[in-house]
Design a protein around this ligand. Structure first.
Ligand code: AMP
Length: 457
């Protein structure tokens, strides 16, 4: 049997409703912040990632899926979303759009040839946002607020934001020099990854997970101490706007993030949930004022973030996020071969009217059919047999109340719609949806008083 590729996974129908609810929430919050979706291809020319983003970044050393196409061109499955969005922004001249501030989001699969483990896959999904065209600190704060709002909308409330600034090019260059000089005598005492980073991307040493508690790193110079006045002012304003929006944050002086195209603000959003353990960073981002120009576009500032959606799913599991329930409005049972043509017509009419409807295809026993209706969570079961056919009627059972009625065949759709429009639960005497005191829909009512008389139990 052929099995799925290592590091990939299937989302089965029992799980897709959760993914759909997650995606819908993300889209709703994106609409609120006025970010519009951009969809770029799943693969790009290899050089976009290898030369464009810079050989020194972690993404490239994290390995990409590169392949030669039949025309002998090297293509790469996208390992992240920012470079493709920037490529599209430049190629489609979005910088010349009527709206000079382009706020975009993307959602979809990314591919990295990494060692698979819990929460780490070779195909995984990211949701990310990028805002181009303004270097206002308001936009840095907005993008952080947007990320936090996505989590809040998903009812993940125990969230913390870590933020830092590495400044623009001048601050970064000054800091890099100071760091290299500081580390020079001790570099051999750090892990092998740090020794590679020392040559290629020294800033990344600062948030090394292996050496983070060593005295060498604890006492290392911090980017915040090397900011130019301009960079400092930017950071102070970002913090001020976060305060004004009531967003909690912690300044993490060691935060640098993996990609070396960042300038000014870098941040991570953590969800403090047991299921995530040490991998509780579900969103990371920052400002990148030179990426558009380094990929051949006009000098255009940008700021963005990316969420790992599988990690977000893990987080949602621990708060029992259920997604949309599977259900049907109608399950049709046709009793007899001669009635199948007419039965199919009835079902089709209900579907054309928008009802979620299905039927029994297996000619099994009545008991098995009812079992199936239950499995499919059908609110109404319609039974169409010889007797109903003769009378031009159809038998309809409300699976919720147990009530059974015969309705004229051509009224089936109207009947079900009218029933569905009624309040979900009705007390037997009053018209309350449910008891005001106990919330139950089953308690008796004092119809004279017009209130439920459960005594508030
Ligand atoms: P990055 O683009 O490396 O900054 O990653 C952004 C987010 O994507 C991370 O915080 C993870 O949640 C997620 N992520 C990165 N790599 C993987 C992977 N191999 N499998 C699953 N999620 C990933």
């Amino acid at each position: 049997m052929i099995q799925k590729v290592k590091g990939t996974y299937d989302v089965l129908p029992s799980e897709t409703s959760k993914w759909q609810a997650l995606e819908r929430t993300i889209r709703n919050v994106s609409r609120i912040y006025n970010y519009r979706e951009i969809r770029t291809p799943m693969f790009e020319q290899t050089e976009l990632f290898h030369r464009g983003v810079g050989e020194e970044t972690d993404i490239v050393s994290k390995e990409t899926y590169d392949f030669m196409d039949r025309g002998n061109r090297s293509n790469t499955l996208r390992p992240e979303g920012t470079a493709p969005v920037v490529r599209s922004f430049i190629e489609n001249k979005l910088y010349a759009d009527k709206n000079p501030v382009q706020k975009l989001y993307y959602m979809g699969p990314m591919f990295r040839y990494e060692r698979p483990q819990k929460g780490r896959y070779r195909q995984f999904a990211q949701f990310g946002a990028e805002a181009f065209g303004s270097d206002s600190p308001m936009l840095d704060a907005e993008i952080i607020g947007y990320a936090v709002s996505v989590l809040k909308a998903l009812k993940i409330t125990d969230v913390s934001v870590n933020i830092n600034s590495i400044g623009e090019e001048e601050s970064k260059a000054n800091y890099k020099e100071a760091l290299i000089n500081y580390l020079a005598p001790d570099i051999s005492s750090l892990c092998s990854d740090c020794q590679t980073r020392y040559q290629k991307n020294p800033l990344r040493i600062l948030d090394c997970k292996v050496d983070k508690d060593s005295d060498v790193l604890k006492n290392a110079p911090k980017p915040l101490d090397y900011l130019t006045e301009e960079s400092k002012a930017h950071f102070v304003q970002v913090i001020g706007y976060l305060d004004s929006m009531g967003i909690d944050y912690k300044i993490d002086k060691n935060l640098v993030r993996g990609l070396d195209y960042y300038t000014h603000t870098v941040f991570e959003v953590n969800a403090n949930l047991e299921t995530l353990g040490a991998q509780n960073t579900i969103c990371g981002g920052g400002r990148y004022n030179n990426l558009v120009s380094s990929l051949g576009g006009p000098k255009t500032p940008g700021v963005g973030f990316a969420f790992g959606l599988e990690r977000l799913m893990f987080a949602l599991e621990s708060i029992n996020f259920l997604g949309d329930p599977d259900y049907l409005h109608l399950y049709l049972m046709i009793l007899g071969d001669d009635l199948k043509v007419e039965g199919t017509r009835i079902l089709n009419r209900c579907r054309l009217g928008g009802l979620f409807a299905d039927m029994d295809y297996l000619d099994k026993s009545m008991k098995a059919k009812f079992k199936q209706a239950e499995i499919l969570n059908a609110r109404f079961v319609a039974i169409y047999g010889e007797e109903e056919h003769q009378a031009k009627m159809i038998n309809v059972k409300d699976q919720e109340s147990g009530q059974e009625v015969k309705v004229p065949l051509d009224q089936l759709y109207n009947y079900i719609v009218a029933e569905l429009m009624k309040p979900a639960h009705s007390c037997s005497s009053c018209s309350e949806d449910s008891c005001d005191s106990c919330g139950s829909d089953e308690c008796d009512c004092d119809s004279e008083e017009g209130t439920c008389n459960c005594g508030g139990k």
